[in-house]
Design a protein around this ligand. Structure first.
Ligand SMILES: Cc1cc2nc3c(=O)[nH]c(=O)nc-3n(C[C@H](O)[C@H](O)[C@H](O)COP(=O)(O)OP(=O)(O)OC[C@H]3O[C@@H](n4cnc5c(N)ncnc54)[C@H](O)[C@@H]3O)c2cc1C
Ligand code: FES
Length: 506
């Protein structure tokens, strides 16, 4: 097959209408302000409004176009191999909470789809973590024992319907997949009116803690709210809870393949590296195979095309490919112990809550976060909150990861600052690079109309040096994963401030 013909775009975004909610242009009062309109924020708004509270979703861009619009959208409590590790690291009781929270989230999604009769390509099927490497078979067997102990319907199999041999797999029954935007856009429709709102193009800059809390929007407008949920993917609040030192971001790539062969029932991911995650999706009157993988820490990868090409080669090794109409990439937040942060932003703050760190399993964990936070807010109790408590400490396995990640951030910081040998300054059309411009390290991109965009490549979050991402034409931060467009606009946080930019026309 020849090379990719279309520019990258997520199938979920391409197959649904864009939303058009208003911009916040006055001060308002609500019970709960929710920062971010992804799966965590929209589901929390939906539940809290149904429980009689007035909510406001505040979204900097358009709702459901962040990571939720760029996922693979498997709905499962099978988060690769996790339950044996959880039982060892935090004990059986908390591991059971993790499993129950994600199983409950899956049931919640199904019950809402049935109740509202949402047509969102939802289907129930088994989920598999498979391996083709004999060294992983024992780990998979241990996962089956651990998951079964926690009440999950899990079994060990040596065959799947995949068109290649495996050494073994753990199979979970009754897992699912859907079209995330078709589902969540319907939930969003229930939120506005009766004192509740969704605001788009509304950037939350700051949260002033008082009684009530005051959420400050770009442009100076204020939202007064008794409680605030930060569901901005990477927490937009930098210093409370020091989340920048406790979370890192990992990117991954997805291709949508049309093949001669049909794809079997089930959702699949391998246990070993490089990651290969597979599912099918209805596409017009055909079937598309979604293949995801090629994970790397944001801003520390190779050329993006390499990753897409690796996925394409993998697809070609299994299927007879007719076309690859879709490809896209996204990143998710991961905590040091690989358990999401869901709860109070700091242990002594009963007003501001956080939901993040879903480790590429946010369809279930993002829904679970909305259920847990809604229970804490309206009932003062959730049976699943302890395991996700953001203030947890002394987690086995988390500390080593914490040191490793923060050493890595320190290394990238210094490497970026010392990298003054930035090559010659000639830039071709459509190219971006780091150059030495009048003695300063700057990023330059030339567009096809002859405009040159010169940005300060110092990340506005905590001053790491940005790297050029050639396929997506973005400036990416290797430290905590912020991403900026070639003209300096924020694509993904934690950064909250655009890059300084100068534009030169030919
Ligand atoms: C490649 C890939 C594949 C994945 N596949 C799966 C899968 O198969 N199954 C699964 O369960 N999970 C999967 N995930 C994970 C899942 O998609 C994410 O965990 C989830 O979508 C995150 O949802 P969110 O609501 O936290 O973030 P988002 O959807 O990113 O929403 C956050 C919103 O906050 C907004 N925002 C940010 N800052 C501000 C601010 N200051 N003011 C106002 N708004 C702000 C953003 O614009 C954004 O819209 C995958 C992730 C990746 C990267
Ligand atoms: S994202 Fe933290 S320094 Fe760039």
């Amino acid at each position: 097959m020849k090379n990719f013909t279309r520019p990258p775009i997520s199938y979920w975004l391409d197959s649904t209408e864009r939303t058009d909610y208003p911009y916040l242009d006055k001060d308002i009062d609500v019970d709960i302000a929710i920062v971010g309109g992804g799966i965590a924020g929209i589901t929390a708004g939906f539940i809290l409004k149904r429980r009689g509270l007035k909510v406001a979703i505040l979204e900097v861009d358009k709702i459901l176009e962040g990571i939720t619009g760029k996922t693979t959208a498997k709905i499962t409590s099978q988060h690769n191999l996790i339950y044996d590790k959880l039982i060892n690291d935090i004990g059986e009781e908390k591991a059971r909470q993790y499993a129950d929270a994600n199983e409950s989230a899956k049931e919640f999604i199904e019950s809402i789809i049935k109740e509202k009769e949402i047509n969102c390509d939802y289907s129930v099927m088994p989920a598999y973590v498979y391996t083709q490497d004999k060294n992983y078979v024992d780990k998979i067997k241990k996962e089956v024992i651990a998951a079964s102990k926690l009440g999950i319907d899990a079994s060990f199999v040596t065959e799947t319907s995949l068109p290649f041999p495996i050494k073994g797999a753990v199979r979970f029954e009754n897992q699912a997949q859907f079209h995330p935007r078709k589902y969540l856009l319907e939930l969003a429709k229930e939120i506005p009116e009766d004192g509740s709102h969704i605001f788009e193009n509304t950037h939350v800059l700051d949260i002033k803690e008082s009684n009530p809390n005051i959420v400050i929007i770009e442009g100076g407008h204020k939202v007064k709210a008794n409680k605030v949920i930060i569901a901005s993917h990477y927490p937009m609040e930098n210093f409370k809870g020091l989340y920048f030192s406790r979370i890192y971001q990992e990117r991954a790539y997805i291709i949508g393949v049309l093949a001669k062969e049909s794809f079997p029932e089930g959702i699949y991911i391998n246990a070993e590296s490089p990651t290969r995650s597979l599912r099918k999706q209805r596409y017009k009157d055909k079937q598309m195979i979604l293949i995801a993988g090629e994970n790397h820490k944001t801003g520390q990868g190779k050329s993006t095309e390499t990753y897409y090409n690796n996925l394409k080669k993998f697809a070609e090794s299994i299927f007879t490919i007719e076309d690859i109409p879709y490809r896209w990439s996204a990143q998710d937040c991961i905590t040091m112990d690989e358990i999401p942060f869901i709860g109070r932003i700091t242990s002594n703050n009963p007003y501001i809550y956080i939901a993040t760190g879903f480790k590429k399993w946010g369809m279930s964990s993002g829904t679970a976060s909305a259920m847990i936070l809604s229970d804490i807010i309206t009932k003062n109790y959730s049976p699943h909150s302890d395991v996700f408590d953001p203030s947890r400490v002394n987690i086995k396995g988390g500390f080593t990861h914490f040191i490793k990640e923060n050493l890595n951030v320190g290394y990238e910081y210094i490497k970026g600052k010392l990298n003054l040998n930035v090559g010659d300054n000639k830039i071709k059309t459509g190219e971006g690079k780091i150059v030495n411009f009048e003695g300063k390290r700057v990023g330059i991109y030339r567009d096809t109309d002859g405009k040159t965009y010169i940005v300060d490549t110092t990340c506005t979050h905590m001053t790491c040096e940005l790297q050029w991402n050639s396929a997506e034409k973005t400036w990416d931060c290797p430290c905590h994963g912020s991403r900026f467009s070639y003209d300096g606009k924020i694509i993904e946080g934690p950064a909250q401030k655009e890059l300084e930019i100068t534009i030169i026309e030919d």
